[in-house]
Design a protein around this ligand. Structure first.
Ligand code: SF4
Length: 353
């Protein structure tokens, strides 16, 4: 307890060189804002959110493709709730549903299997969005479908992996001068599956510290403390050892590689990043609902999600934050998702939507 008090005092009174820490994971963003951690830090320590909210980094072309598939009466689309409200270039899945499309919100991809088995007349398509944490579930879904001989299912994939996008951010960092990121809170849930060996390579390559963190206030403050103390040092620490091992969850990794293979992927605000995604392996391509070449990233609303996702601005610095853009009337994906930076900053500020 005394150690925690010392950490809090250090972080509140820190007056050294400016520190900019990126929390990559959307769940960390939500925890940090919910716990009021920014108010516990000196003005010289700034926390910024990264591209770790899967809905937020999904490009417009993917939403447009889902809407097109949904408008085909042969199809039924399944998605997690947040995705339904993200705007494509013309409409969201919710709007498509209001126009008569068959769109169902589910809590697990496995919910789709029973429905598909009972309804062979339709093609049941899951909007397979997510990071390393979710991809094993899609792999299990397809293996279970094969076991039960359910053939009327497909995935529209927008699956991403973290190391390549963090590498891109670190590379851009070298040209950012005084506002460069000085350390990363590495994604706890992602590392539970993938491990954190990749972050050792990034730490050495860019001479930056990475701390794999859990989600409690104590752990997050300890992570921030280590990142402040170690700015400019190639360091990796695991402060989530109950869940995360260096090698990750090998069974989950093997399940993923039985079904998926690495690919280049398009990220909202970052463009196409080599080796940053997963698609179905050749032998499963017949289960793909058309995921290839969905790279266009266009909102046309003045939304600055791209700058938020890359840590260039805080959500409050977007002119539409809390005015034209609220969770009730979101203009961008970062205000839709409960893991989105804009949503969490808005909620933490107690602004009425
Ligand atoms: Fe986009 Fe709204 Fe966030 Fe601005 S506040 S960046 S419009 S989601």
């Amino acid at each position: 307890m005394r150690e925690l008090d010392n950490i809090k005092s250090f972080l509140k009174n820190y007056d050294g060189p400016d520190i900019k820490i990126m929390e990559v994971c959307g769940t960390h963003t939500a925890a940090i804002m919910h716990l009021g951690i920014p108010s516990m830090l000196s003005e010289h320590i700034r926390l910024i959110s990264g591209p770790g909210c899967p809905v937020c980094v999904t490009v417009t072309a993917y939403i447009d493709k889902l809407v097109t598939l949904a408008m085909n009466p042969s199809n039924i689309i399944y998605a997690f709730g947040d995705l339904l409200r993200v705007m494509g270039s013309q409409k969201s899945l919710s709007m498509a549903k209001a126009d008569g499309a068959r769109v169902r919100m589910v809590y697990s991809p496995l919910d789709m299997l029973d429905a598909a088995e009972k309804d062979p007349e339709h093609t049941h398509i899951f909007a397979a969005v997510g990071f390393e944490t979710t991809t094993p579930v899609y792999a299990l879904l397809l293996e279970e479908a094969a076991r039960r001989k359910i053939r009327n299912i497909k995935l529209l994939t927008s699956l991403k992996t973290m190391p390549a996008v963090i590498d891109r951010l670190c590379r851009a960092n070298d040209t950012n001068g005084g506002s460069r990121i000085t350390g990363f809170i590495a994604p706890g849930h992602v590392c539970a599956v993938s491990g954190y060996a990749a972050y050792r390579m990034l730490a050495d390559k860019y001479r930056l510290p990475f701390v794999v963190s859990g989600f409690t206030g104590e752990t997050l403050l300890a992570s921030i403390y280590t990142l402040v103390k170690s700015a400019g040092e190639p360091l990796v620490r695991n402060y989530y050892p109950q869940v995360v091992r260096e090698e990750g969850n090998m069974a989950a990794q093997e399940a993923v590689l039985r079904i998926f293979r690495p690919c280049d992927a398009a990220w909202r605000g970052l463009g196409v990043i080599a080796g940053s995604g997963m698609v179905l392996r050749k032998e499963y391509e017949n289960l793909d609902a058309g995921s290839e070449n969905l790279i266009e990233d266009r909102t046309g609303t003045g939304c600055r999600c791209a700058d938020v996702l890359t840590g260039k601005i805080l959500p409050e610095e977007c002119p539409m934050f809390g005015r034209a853009c609220t969770p009730r009337e979101p203009k961008g994906a970062c205000m839709v998702s409960q893991e989105g930076s804009c949503f969490n900053h808005f909620t933490a500020a107690g602004i009425r939507s």
